[in-house]
Design a protein around this ligand. Structure first.
Ligand code: COA
Length: 254
């Protein structure tokens, strides 16, 4: 199973469990994530959601083989269902990041409430490097959280950066030893789970409500462009180059 769900008191842990592919997300995995977030919303006994990756990686982003097949990018595509659920989750979402967090592996963190990362974690958003554009409302949220130039450096160049830099950018709370990050994140999640749920929900909603409509709109706006760009020759070259284990050659494109 590529997604593992575990309950521990009020904490529902979602573990990405496709370690041989660095937890890259397929359409089926997005669907399961979306459904799990929806179930968590409805189940009053779930107080907090904890996201983590198994096998030493958090998430290598969208599965590039799925991208090669020009996947469903309709309004109700699994990836969009997931992004809408996590971005509007009424309950706290905690993330524990070890290893790589690429593409949506990083941008989903912008929707989490508490993010803890291992000192070995590596973040990147190589959308432009793949001939694509930002998603998950990262084009709106990253400049807000990190400042325009820092966001531009990460979103335009797409180069990897470490957990300390992610703290400086404002979307990681704390850096821990790799051996400690999961336990620490779980302990923080349990702390939240022991607090009054209605108070948590209201506090989160008050912090998020001013931006909620803009975030929802930007997710859809980005997705429209993303869907078109997935089929364009620049992206096809980038995906093929990844599987050929060579550098992409964009020189023939205007
Ligand atoms: N989609 C599909 N397969 C992926 C993948 C992805 N996003 N990321 C990694 N994999 C696969 C690799 O093809 C490899 O498979 P193989 O063993 O069958 O050859 C396996 O996972 C391990 O990856 P590898 O590249 O050997 O690990 P690494 O530690 O050297 O590098 C990454 C890890 C994540 C930096 C690198 O795999 C990578 O850049 N992946 C692509 C990330 C990406 O562009 N995601 C989309 C963002 S929009």
């Amino acid at each position: 199973m590529d997604i593992l769900i575990q309950r521990d008191g009020g904490v529902l842990t979602i573990a990405l469990n496709r370690p041989d592919k660095k937890n890259a997300l397929t359409a089926a995995m997005y669907q399961e994530l979306a459904d799990t977030f929806f179930e968590a919303e409805k189940d009053a006994s779930v107080r907090v959601v904890l996201l983590r990756g198994n096998g030493g990686a958090f998430c290598a982003g969208n599965d590039l083989e799925d991208f090669m097949k020009a996947p469903n990018t309709d309004h109700d595509a699994p990836v969009l269902q997931f992004l809408r659920r996590i971005s509007s989750a009424p309950k706290p979402v905690v993330a524990a990041v070890t290893g790589v967090a690429v593409g949506v592996g990083t941008t989903m963190l912008l929707h989490c409430d508490l993010v803890y990362a291992a000192s070995t974690a590596r973040f990147s958003m190589p959308f432009v490097q793949l001939g694509l554009c930002p998603e998950a409302a990262s084009s709106l949220l990253l400049p807000r959280v990190a400042g325009y130039q820092r966001a531009a450096e990460k979103l335009l160049l797409g180069e990897a950066f470490d957990a300390q830099e992610a703290v400086g950018m404002g979307f990681v709370n704390r850096v821990l030893d790799a051996a400690e990050v999961d336990a620490f994140a779980l302990a923080q999640a349990h702390k939240l789970a022991s607090l009054p749920a209605s108070s948590l929900r209201l506090s989160k909603s008050l912090m998020k409500s001013a931006d909620a409509a803009a975030v929802a709109h930007r997710i859809d706006e980005e997705a429209g462009h993303f869907g078109t760009m997935l089929k364009a020759p620049e992206a096809r070259e980038a995906f093929q180059a990844f599987f050929d284990k060579r550098k992409p050659d964009f020189s023939r494109f205007d």
